[in-house]
Write a protein that binds this ligand. Structure first.
Ligand SMILES: [Zn+2]
Ligand SMILES: [Zn+2]
Ligand SMILES: [Zn+2]
Length: 141
């Protein structure tokens, strides 16, 4: 298990459960976003759907992971990095997500920021999602 798993759970005041440890470990070991179905496959039915759903919900609420919208409308999840907390101390994800059409994996491009958008009067931004599709370095050749 990744050594950061117990540290992260502790930091967020979460009790250690097998499901939390294993799901979090998967996020540390994969550097691409995972869907609910993908997680189920990886965990090989060691936990039921509801347990996985609840674990994801807890991690979302705590700001350990964030949602990544895919082109097919599938929701995937990716680890939050320290830069989720921007200067304004609000937790948001103003980075671009990249979906590779070759391997089908979606990754966070944390260093590629989404430029500020001027919304019309009366509209308040909550979440922003920008998906770029193309070819990743591994599939390039
Ligand atoms: Zn985040
Ligand atoms: Zn690829
Ligand atoms: Zn992301």
């Amino acid at each position: 298990m990744n050594r950061l798993v117990p540290i992260t759970l502790k930091q967020h005041g979460l009790r250690h459960t097998e499901a939390r440890e294993e799901v979090l470990d998967l996020f540390y070991n994969k550097n691409f976003a995972l869907s609910h179905g993908g997680l189920e496959n990886e965990l090989q039915e060691r936990f039921d759907r509801v347990t996985i759903y609840r674990t994801l919900k807890t991690f979302l609420d705590k700001g350990i992971i964030h949602k990544v919208l895919d082109d097919e409308g599938t929701v995937k999840y990716a680890m939050c990095r320290s830069d989720c907390q921007a200067e304004d101390h609000e937790h948001h994800h103003d980075h671009v997500h990249f979906k590779c059409l070759g391997c089908g994996q979606t990754t966070c491009l944390d260093e590629v920021r989404i430029p500020a958008l001027d919304l019309p009067e009366g509209y308040k931004r909550q979440e922003i999602n920008l998906l770029v599709q193309g070819t990743c370095p591994a599939c390039k050749s």
